[in-house]
Structures are given as structure tokens and as C-alpha cells.
Design a protein around this ligand. Structure first.
Ligand SMILES: Nc1nc2c(ncn2[C@@H]2O[C@H](COP(=O)(O)OP(=O)(O)O)[C@@H](O)[C@H]2O)c(=O)[nH]1
Ligand SMILES: [Mg+2]
Length: 542
């Protein structure tokens, strides 16, 4: 039986461990890599200070856990991973890791470093029993290009270290406006993190999206337009897989909405129109002492702090529009915040490729180790690394996708567009790869698939085709063959995700890959991972 890429990588780590038995430093690196292969995908949140990273992390978890706003603790890289019981561990640069007390203030963790200066702390590891962390490790980072160069350097060193590959598999990059330093960071993340596989694995978030339209009720529409414009920007397009507008604060508060907050919104919604409008004309006005409402200044200030003026206006409008209880309000606010689109994007672009991204990170780190500590036998292992890169289809797909985004493919314009879609540029679901709507029937998909297979096979056999073109067409054809095997398997639900469900392709000459189950959404959820309404599609770029 043919081994999966994941198993191949694991076997290489074992072989390297035999080689470095007498080298404790190398053995530590190798045991970390082995663990990394077994752990969920590592997704880092990066961006400038106050871009809203910690708030968005909480929104993704549905819990107010990460401390927000600047403070000593937010100056250290913090990992959030699943654990049955809460634990917080500080890892100093020198010396043994030590447990920290678990203290919470209003739900948020208080990461008290005690006597230890932030610059002596390598990272903090938080283990927390929250479902969202079962499939992903989330990494909160201090701001890039922050006022303090030290803090900024800590993020940059961690995410794009000079000498070794990044230890994040993928990045959610938050920005309030596009800034030169954002592009510079994304560029260096691509160059370092991509390593030999040259993959693009960043999604940009237009954060604090409610502020873009000054908190007006249509703020997110304006943010959507800005996001689409950014996506068309040549520089950003080559560095990130897409731009998603998200109002993180609204999402965080909506997911932790309390009954008393719902009751306050209900009170506001029931005010007569003139009073309501006067009260909500601005954030300042909303928290002034007034006779217009029975809600106290403190209650209003809390609402404003949690939801922003946009959230207050939106929640009131939604109740007036028929939302009948706190559960519905919470759902609708989350829906409006853009969080669902972001999570869908992460699922489609990162989690379905989770194993490949992980293997890629591990192989890059293994290569760096072999290069730094050469000894007899390392060449063979390096050969093994190269073999995996050459045969693992998902890695080749990722690298072609990245080339498509960065430099363009050696194909005609319309072929390049089609190729990008087939290799998963608009999502890895079978219908998305075939350019069909989610509602396409199996027969429609098979017909479209046959057409495309004939077309691409003819193209690859053209005697005039350049070598680079032929190589690109081979990757495209292999992707189509994987779609074929998914459709042939006839399990409609599984067809939602080609990569996750494809086994070895009959007759294919290359190694097939498996996807571990840990990163996959349940089947019902998979079927939802289709449309990305707020996110501009690549078609818009043409
Ligand atoms: N209006 C608004 N404020 C936000 C949003 N996200 C974060 N903030 C506020 O911006 C400040 C910085 O947020 P934080 O998450 O700590 O940013 P970080 O430094 O990137 O981790 C906090 O006061 C948040 O309440 C948002 O979506 N909308
Ligand atoms: Mg923060």
C-alpha cells in the first residue's frame, strides 16, 4: 500500500532521529517536528498593534479569553491550543518552562509575567477546553510595526525568522487600511514561510470593518467594497488568498451576548423613533446623561464598549426588523459581522489543505536542520524531502496556485484563469473547482469534468507547448483526476471537499495523500463551505 505524504514525512523524521541520536539540540527540534505533524494546523493572527487581533481571536473561539488592548501580556506571542483542563505555561528563552497561575478578569485571561521581563519570554502556551481549538492552534502575536521596535521585532522574529522557517502554517493578517509595512510583512512571510514549496498561505482581513463607514448601518457594505478594491491591488493579490472584511468586536460580543444586553437593546428598539435617532446620532451622544431613555449611562457605556456604535445601531434595527430573542439576535449579529465568511474562508483554503500545509512547514524545518548540521547520511534524508515535494499533489497545487498569484502561469489568459480554479483557487470543493454552482447535480459535474479533462489533456500534448506549460497542465490534470475519483466514489457529502476525501487515484503514478480527520468540519458543515459572498472572487480581477 502506498504511504500518505503525512506518513512519508513522519518516516523521514524518524530516519533523521536515528542519525542525530548523539545531538541533543537536533533531537529536540526533531521531536518538536514529530509533535507538530500530529497536532492541528497552526494559524497565526498578525498585523499592527490595535488592528483587532486578540478581539478577533476571541470572536473565533466564542469566548472572551485573550486579553485585548495593550498591556505587558499582549507583548508576548501567545499560543492557544485545546486542552481538557485550563493550563497556562510560560516558556522563557533560557531555562525550563514554568506554569503560570490562571487568573481571569471579566473572563479575559490575565497573563501576569511576574518578575520576568517580556523580552525574556519566548512564548506563552495557553491550553483551554474550547471546541474551536480542537481543529486549530491559534497564535496571537504582538503588533508588527508597533511603536516599540522590540515588540514588533518579537512578532517578526517569530513569524518570519531570519534563519529558520516560520512556525506558523498559515496567517490571518489584519489591517485597518493597507499600509506599506503590511505589504512588506506579507512579502517576507511569503518568502520565508513558503520555503521550497513557494505557497501563499495568508488571508488578509480588513479589520474593525464597522469603523470604515463611521459606524453607519451600511458600514459593512462600504468595507466590502474596500476589500474588493484591495483584492484587485496587484501587490496584495500576490501575497494573500483573499481579503475579508470583519467587524471583530461585534462578532466577539455577539457570540457572548448576555440576556441583560438583549433586554437593553429591546428597550432601545421600543423607543419612539425621534428619541431613538437622537440618542444614537453619535457615540458621544449615546453615553451622555439624558431623559430620552431609562437606560443608565453605565449600561449605555457598557453596550458601547462591547458592541461599538455600529453594533448598537444594528442590534436595535434587527430587533425592530423582527428578531425575537437573544439567540436570534446573536446569530444575526455574527452573520453581519463577516466572521462566518472568514471562518468559511479559513476552512476552505487552510483546513482542507491542513495536512499539506503542516507537512510543508515540517519539511522546510527539517531541511533547515539538515543544512545547518550536515553529517554522513543527511543527503539521503534531503533526497526524501525533495521526493515528497515532487510527488505530493496538494503541495504542487499550492505551489502552482502561489505562482499563479505572484507571477502568472505560462498559459493563455483564459487557460490560466481556468487552471487557477481547477487547482482550488476559489475553494477546494468539487463544484468550485469545476466552476459550477453549489447546486450542480452529479451529472452536470461529470459532464463538465469530462469536457475539461479532454481540453487539458489535449493542451498538455500539444507539440508546441513549453516545458513549464506542460508541467502546469499536468498539475491541473491531476487535480481533475482527483475530482473524478471523488465523483466516482458517489458519496455526495464527501464531494464537498476533494482534497480531504480523495484516496489514491487509480492508475496515477504519484503518491496520494490523506487528510487527517482532526481538521475537518462535520459533514453537515462541509456542505456550507461554498459561497463566499462578501469576499471578492478572482474573476473580478479580470
Ligand atoms: N470598533 C471596533 N473596535 C474594535 C474592533 N476590534 C477591536 N477593536 C478595539 O480595538 C482595540 C484593540 O483591539 P485588540 O484586539 O486588543 O487589538 P490587537 O492589538 O491587534 O490585539 C480594543 O479597544 C478593541 O475593543 C472592531 O471590530 N471594531
Ligand atoms: Mg493583542
Amino acid at each position: 500500500m502506498r504511504l500518505s505524504t503525512h506518513d512519508d514525512a513522519s518516516a523521514l523524521i524518524r530516519a533523521a532521529s536515528e542519525l542525530y541520536l548523539d545531538d541533543p539540540v537536533a533531537m529536540t527540534v526533531l521531536s518538536d517536528l514529530d509533535r507538530r505533524l500530529r497536532e492541528p494546523l497552526r494559524l497565526a493572527l498578525a498585523g499592527m498593534v490595535k488592528a483587532g487581533k486578540s478581539t478577533l481571536l476571541n470572536a473565533m473561539l466564542g469566548e472572551q479569553l485573550a486579553p485585548t488592548d495593550a498591556g505587558e501580556c499582549t507583548r508576548v506571542v501567545t499560543w492557544y491550543r485545546y486542552s481538557a483542563t485550563p493550563t497556562v505555561t510560560m516558556h522563557p528563552h533560557d531555562g525550563a518552562p514554568r506554569r503560570m497561575p490562571i487568573r481571569r478578569d471579566d473572563g479575559r485571561l490575565v497573563l501576569d509575567l511576574g518578575e520576568v521581563p517580556a523580552e525574556d519570554v519566548a512564548w506563552i502556551d495557553v491550553g483551554w477546553p474550547v471546541t474551536g481549538l480542537r481543529s486549530m492552534i491559534l497564535i496571537d502575536t504582538p503588533g508588527i510595526a508597533s511603536l516599540s521596535r522590540d515588540v514588533s521585532a518579537r512578532s517578526t522574529d517569530f513569524l518570519v525568522p531570519d534563519t529558520e522557517p516560520s512556525s506558523a502554517d498559515a496567517i490571518v493578517y489584519l489591517m485597518r487600511h493597507m499600509h506599506a509595512s503590511d505589504l512588506k510583512f506579507l512579502e517576507s512571510f511569503r518568502d520565508t514561510a513558503a520555503g521550497a514549496s513557494q505557497t501563499v498561505n495568508a488571508v488578509a482581513v480588513l479589520s474593525r470593518a464597522d469603523e470604515i463607514g463611521s459606524g453607519r448601518i451600511d458600514s459593512l457594505l462600504s468595507a466590502g467594497k474596500v476589500a474588493r478594491r484591495y483584492e484587485k491591488d496587484g501587490d496584495l493579490a500576490s501575497l494573500s488568498l483573499g481579503v475579508v472584511p470583519v467587524a471583530g468586536l461585534l462578532a466577539e460580543s455577539a457570540r457572548t451576548l448576555r440576556e441583560d444586553e438583549y433586554a437593553s437593546f429591546l428597550t432601545l428598539a421600543n423607543l419612539e423613533r425621534a428619541s431613538r435617532e437622537r440618542l444614537m446620532v453619535s457615540a458621544d451622544r449615546f453615553i451622555r446623561p439624558t431623559e430620552l431613555t431609562t437606560l443608565s449611562v453605565d449600561v449605555r457605556r457598557d453596550l458601547l464598549g462591547r458592541f461599538g456604535i455600529f453594533g448598537v445601531r444594528l442590534a436595535t434595527a434587527l430587533i425592530r426588523g423582527g428578531v425575537a430573542d437573544s439567540t436570534q439576535l446573536s446569530e444575526q449579529l455574527v452573520q453581519q459581522s463577516g466572521l462566518n465568511e472568514l471562518q468559511q474562508f479559513i476552512r476552505e483554503q487552510f483546513r482542507t489543505r491542513g495536512d499539506a500545509l503542516k507537512v510543508r512547514g515540517v519539511l522546510d524545518a527539517l531541511e533547515a536542520l539538515l543544512r545547518d548540521r550536515p553529517r554522513p547520511g543527511t543527503d539521503e534524508i534531503r533526497g526524501g524531502v525533495e521526493r515528497i515535494y515532487a510527488t505530493a499533489h496538494t503541495l504542487r497545487e499550492l505551489s502552482l496556485l502561489s505562482r499563479a498569484r505572484a507571477a502568472g502561469l505560462p498559459l493563455s489568459r483564459s487557460d490560466a484563469k481556468d487552471a487557477e480554479q481547477i487547482i482550488g483557487g476559489d475553494g477546494t470543493a468539487a463544484h468550485a473547482r469545476l466552476g459550477l454552482p453549489e447546486t450542480a447535480t452529479p451529472q452536470e459535474m461529470r459532464d463538465r469534468l469530462d469536457e475539461k479533462l479532454v481540453y487539458w489533456r489535449t493542451l498538455s500534448q500539444s507539440p508546441l507547448a513549453e516545458r513549464a506549460t506542460v508541467e502546469a497542465t499536468r498539475v491541473v490534470i491531476r487535480s481533475l483526476e482527483e475530482v473524478a475519483s471523488v465523483l466516482a466514489s458517489g458519496v455526495a457529502a464527501r464531494a464537498a471537499d476533494v482534497v480531504a476525501s480523495s484516496g489514491p487515484v487509480q492508475g496515477a503514478s504519484e503518491g496520494a495523500e490523506e487528510q487527517s480527520d482532526e481538521g475537518e468540519p462535520p459533514l453537515g458543515e462541509q456542505n456550507l463551505t461554498h459561497e463566499r459572498p462578501v469576499v471578492a472572487h478572482r474573476d473580478d480581477l479580470q
